[in-house]
Design a protein. Structure first.
Length: 439
């Protein structure tokens, strides 16, 4: 039910178990709750948590905080109480590594600021780092980076993973190993603790992984560099005098990657609208580039732009190129800069917006909520001009995102009271309609 996003079936199965006098386990409740979360049925998921407590289900230290995190619970008192209980359990007895990983991840997602909790978790985790699975280390790294209280733990994690990579100690049965290493690189970058040797090892690891994938598909970087660069079936040219081209344009075309201009009203690859950048590229290269058809690799796209926006998109043409750029993004080696027109006169001293963001499916016109809970996010900005039109004050700003969360720029600017012009989701409907006068 969880993997199939069939939350109704999960709830029905639980009800049938209870009707048959079969007491569900903690695992059963966790799966049903996760299914509700995946489908945006947060109230049903929360009700399942209360049902488990009413039934006297024996829970671990991490269960309630973890469920609060996945369901995006916004009750400060309930969150505080759950972590007080968790801290007490940590002091009374050592916890399993998986429990500690989920607990610290939950604290990060919920925006918890408790030094006593972080100290207790760090105390139990530090001696066990060599025994932690790499995917659990990724959760721990996220918690450590967000808390800002355990830089030495991030250093130890990198040294441990580095030794595993050097000694080929990463087990093949560890799920999502590539994603886990990327998450550790990202967390250490966010906390300004990235080890250069670890970064170099990560590049080498992904180079080998990408080469294997390209070899299996018959398209390696060497194949392209030897003169087998694919000729697109369309002739590309960028008309710099056309301020709003109606079709995408290839701006830079290299053997293993390219930069594509996305016009307004084109979607990257979610397939919710008619104009799809993914389909356009697949047709342009006559279906000769395998990664452009691989949904698990985001069709080669390194990042997104919202449908109304325009700008450059980085696209990988090989798996090796894709993974190389993934590491660069995680390590902050690729800059993503934008020019934004927003409401109000932004204070010149506002140089950054640091607010966690959380994607919510249960809101009208599903949106990202900024501030308080969610994934750590950072947006840098520079005011370039104040302007006005009639009685409306606006600002033109240059924006650089350190993290790349969904709708990050729009939600962050709305969070500080300066929504983007013509934003129909993160500004009031009257404001959005009034903005039609601007563009």
């Amino acid at each position: 039910c969880q993997k199939g996003r069939q939350w109704q079936h999960g709830v029905v199965l639980l009800a049938r178990m209870l009707h048959s006098a079969v007491l569900p386990s903690v695992v059963t409740f966790n799966s049903a709750i996760s299914s509700c979360q995946e489908c945006g049925q947060l109230e049903h998921g929360l009700q399942l948590l209360w049902d488990a407590e009413d039934l006297g289900i024996q829970t671990s230290a991490c269960l309630t905080p973890w469920i609060f995190a996945v369901l995006s619970v916004c009750d400060p008192e309930a969150i505080h109480s759950s972590f007080v209980d968790a801290t007490l359990q940590l002091r009374l007895a050592p916890q399993e590594l998986r429990e500690l990983s989920l607990l610290w991840w939950s604290s990060s997602m919920l925006g918890l600021d408790s030094r006593s909790f972080s100290v207790e978790v760090n105390k139990q985790i530090a001696p066990q780092v060599p025994h932690v699975r790499v995917d659990d280390l990724a959760l721990l790294a996220w918690g450590a980076a967000s808390s800002g209280t355990a830089p030495e733990l991030l250093v130890a994690m990198q040294e441990d993973v580095l030794s595993r990579l050097d000694l080929r100690g990463v087990r093949n049965d560890e799920a999502n190993i590539a994603e886990s290493i990327l998450a550790i690189v990202w967390a250490c970058t966010f906390a300004c603790q990235l080890n250069r040797r670890f970064l170099s090892a990560a590049f080498k690891f992904f180079e080998k992984t990408g080469f294997s994938l390209d070899t299996a598909s018959g398209r390696t970087s060497d194949f392209l560099l030897e003169g087998h660069v694919f000729q697109p079936s369309r002739k590309f040219s960028m008309d710099l005098h056309n301020s709003s081209p109606c079709e995408p344009q290839i701006i830079i075309d290299l053997p293993d990657r390219c930069a594509v201009f996305k016009p307004p009203d084109w979607e990257v690859c979610n397939f919710f609208t008619e104009n799809q950048l993914a389909s356009w590229l697949q047709t342009a290269w006559a279906h000769q580039i395998p990664i452009l058809h691989d949904a698990s690799r985001e069709f080669g796209f390194m990042h997104r732009l919202d449908v109304p926006s325009s700008g450059l998109i980085l696209v990988a043409k090989t798996f090796e190129g894709y993974l190389n750029m993934q590491v660069q993004l995680a390590a902050g080696l690729i800059s993503r800069d934008y020019v934004v027109l927003c409401h109000g006169w932004i204070c010149p001293s506002l140089a950054e917006i640091k607010a966690s963001v959380n994607w919510r499916f249960d809101t009208f016109d599903a949106q990202t909520l900024a501030g308080g809970q969610g994934r750590p996010s950072l947006t840098n900005l520079i005011l370039t001009a104040h302007a006005s039109k009639k009685q409306d004050a606006v600002s033109i700003i240059a924006v650089s995102i350190v993290t790349g969360r969904r709708h990050q720029i729009r939600s962050h600017l709305s969070h500080v009271g300066h929504p983007v012009i013509r934003d129909g989701i993160y500004s009031a409907s009257n404001t959005s309609m009034h903005d039609l006068d601007f563009c």
